[in-house]
Design a protein around this ligand. Structure first.
Ligand code: SAM
Length: 290
């Protein structure tokens, strides 16, 4: 069998190229071919991307394109494409546009009628889903959570009814507080902390949010980069949800919602009878008059 080679002709246009998230060997054959043949490469940090390109012996002009200069640089990149140049967009790691800059550049290139294509590859969120051992038939990617406790708990609570796995990025140093807030808002759902994916110290720690919150409270913030996957609301629908668990969820819900909303929400989540949950919510909130 012949060795796989990429012979794609690289004409004018925008090439959105995924790069590795740790393991440098994860650059695809086509990604390498495109980066070798474009006229210039727009990247977040020229030092970070310079190292990747050096390791592949690729020498191309690098243009910084990040949140702080995008408005200024975008017209220049579009003008270069209009002049017939092939421009690649990469980010520091993984798939551009996924919690990284680029969507406005893609939109404007599309609107201008330029050729736009993507070279798929590594993405931390998808890699985490591949390893977490949680349902992947429905998932929602949430980006990064807010950094303050109240905002973060509200952010989780807003997704509490969703029957889909929740996937998000978090800085390692905020992970202990984040897991505690996730447990407070969502209860003891199954979850996985996926760390240093594709790298030497790759680790997937699975457990309920309660167990994971306790672990990181004790062990402290881990090192490296982290993706968290949390099971969706369907995990509460089983008949295994005990009365005790229902009460615990209800208590948390009552901290954030009215009695009526909390009762409806918890009944939906646990499959318990609405009327029973409502009566219990009245009791717990002290509004029953009993
Ligand atoms: N565009 C990238 C992608 O496709 O995954 C994500 C960029 S986002 C600014 C960076 C975040 O992705 C990190 O803070 C971390 O949460 C996650 N991440 C990136 N690489 C990772 C890795 N090797 N292991 C775990 N998480 C990673």
């Amino acid at each position: 069998m012949a060795e796989i080679r990429c012979t794609q002709k690289i004409g004018p246009g925008l090439y959105v190229v995924a790069t590795p998230i740790g393991n440098l060997a994860d650059l695809s054959t086509r990604a390498r071919h495109v980066l070798e043949n474009v006229d210039l490469i727009a990247c977040e940090d020229t030092r970070v991307s310079g190292m990747l390109l050096t390791s592949y012996l690729i020498k191309k002009p690098l243009v910084p394109y990040h949140d702080h200069n995008a408005a200024r640089e975008r017209p220049k990149l579009l003008a270069a494409i209009a002049e017939g140049k092939a421009v690649a967009l990469i980010s520091d790691a993984g798939t551009p546009l996924i919690s990284d800059p680029g969507y406005k550049l893609v939109a404007e290139a599309q609107d201008a009628g330029h050729y736009v294509t993507a070279i798929p590859g590594a993405c931390a969120a998808i890699t985490a889903l591949s390893m977490a051992g949680l349902p992947t038939d429905r998932f929602i990617f949430l980006g990064f959570p807010p950094v303050k406790t109240k905002a973060r708990q509200d952010w989780f609570t807003a997704e509490a009814g969703l029957e889909a796995s929740l996937v998000f990025y978090e800085s390692a140093k905020r992970l202990p507080d984040c897991m505690q807030d996730a447990f407070t808002a969502l209860g003891p759902r199954p979850a996985a902390v996926c760390r240093e994916l594709t790298k030497k110290f790759e680790e997937v720690r699975r457990g309920t949010l309660e167990e994971l919150a306790a672990h990181y409270a004790e062990a402290g913030a881990p090192k490296g980069e982290v993706v968290v996957v949390i099971g969706g609301a369907e995990h509460y629908k089983s008949s295994e949800t005990t009365e005790l668990e229902t009460t615990q969820i209800l208590k948390v819900a009552l901290e954030h919602m009215s009695v009526k909303t909390a009762a409806a929400f918890v009944a939906e989540l646990t499959g318990a009878r609405k009327k029973d949950v409502y009566n219990q919510a009245l009791e717990l909130s002290g509004a029953s008059g009993a």
